[in-house]
Design a protein around this ligand. Structure first.
Ligand SMILES: NC(=O)C1=CN([C@@H]2O[C@H](COP(=O)(O)OP(=O)(O)OC[C@H]3O[C@@H](n4cnc5c(N)ncnc54)[C@H](OP(=O)(O)O)[C@@H]3O)[C@@H](O)[C@H]2O)[C@H](O)CC1
Ligand SMILES: [K+]
Length: 243
């Protein structure tokens, strides 16, 4: 598959500029659009079938990738799914993350903590897919607990329970890709703003690849070395097809 990628360093710089004084986005705005786009990719990959299982397990990490997952869970509920969130290490950097949790509680979406039983939701009889919103472009290996154990459990079920990774498949090096053959292999990857270099290591027969996070003008994409993506009408995601 051929597409332009943006390194972890440039992605962090792009984010900083978007949320800097000149452009003026807030993290909350970008996260809302990022989470919405992941929920929309799930709708496209797992179209609604009456009587189909509708539970989605969302695994949320401690940073902004986890925040995308919290937002995604709320949109999934609005789209008719039954999300359950596992959020074992909660961010106290800003009150915004606990506000996202309050919103989930408002929607009656279970939010499990570190002491709760989450593994029982890794059951393909009830769960449609698992959203991997554990780490994004700021992950630096090796993975620390409790997330090492979470990844181990995901590897056991990934052939029967599809993983939808937000921005980066968790545990992959952002620039190099999977670190070993113990890495998770998602069935769906939703790259945000633009694919990171690790996305060029996915096997298109194994992983469907979307780009979401539709929040920059073409000229800004060009400045960071990529062409704007070809979104259809009001879509928040576009699927990249192998060429
Ligand atoms: N423009 C966009 O596309 C936007 C994307 N967004 C999403 O934000 C993430 C990047 O978010 P960031 O908060 O910078 O980082 P992460 O979520 O990837 O991870 C940071 C937290 O992870 C911890 N961490 C890092 N490495 C490890 C490790 N090896 N083991 C355990 N924990 C780890 C880190 O902890 P520290 O103690 O190291 O600080 C952080 O807690 C991007 O990928 C998108 O998903 C935004 O939503 C908006 C715009
Ligand atoms: K992820």
């Amino acid at each position: 598959m051929s597409f332009k990628t943006i390194s972890s360093h440039m992605a962090a710089q792009l984010d900083k500029e978007l949320m800097g004084p000149e452009v003026g986005f807030t993290l909350e705005q970008l996260m809302e659009l990022a989470g919405l786009s992941v929920a929309q990719a799930i709708v496209k990959e797992f179209p609604y079938v009456p009587s189909r299982k509708s539970q989605v397990l969302v695994l949320a990490g401690p940073g902004n990738n986890g925040g995308d997952g919290l937002v995604c869970a709320r949109h999934l509920a609005l789209f008719g799914f039954n999300p359950v969130v596992y959020y074992p290490k909660r961010s106290s950097k800003t009150p915004f993350f606990s506000q996202l949790v309050s919103q989930l509680q408002f929607f009656k979406i279970p939010v499990l903590g570190s002491d709760d039983q989450w593994i029982k939701y890794l059951d393909e009889k009830d769960t449609l897919c698992v959203v991997d919103a554990i780490f994004g472009f700021s992950f630096r290996p090796p993975v620390r607990e409790p997330f090492g154990s979470v990844l181990k459990e995901l590897r056991k079920v990934q052939e029967r329970l599809p993983i939808v990774s937000v921005d980066i498949p968790t545990g992959w090096d952002v620039d190099e890709g999977p670190l070993d053959n113990e890495s998770i292999v998602p069935k769906v990857l939703v790259s945000l703003t633009a694919p990171k270099p690790c996305a060029s290591k996915i096997d298109s027969l194994e992983t469907q690849h979307y780009v979401g996070g539709r929040f920059i003008p073409g000229s800004f994409a060009n400045k960071y070395g990529f062409e704007p993506f070809d979104y259809d009408k009001g879509d928040q995601v576009t699927k990249l097809v192998p060429t």
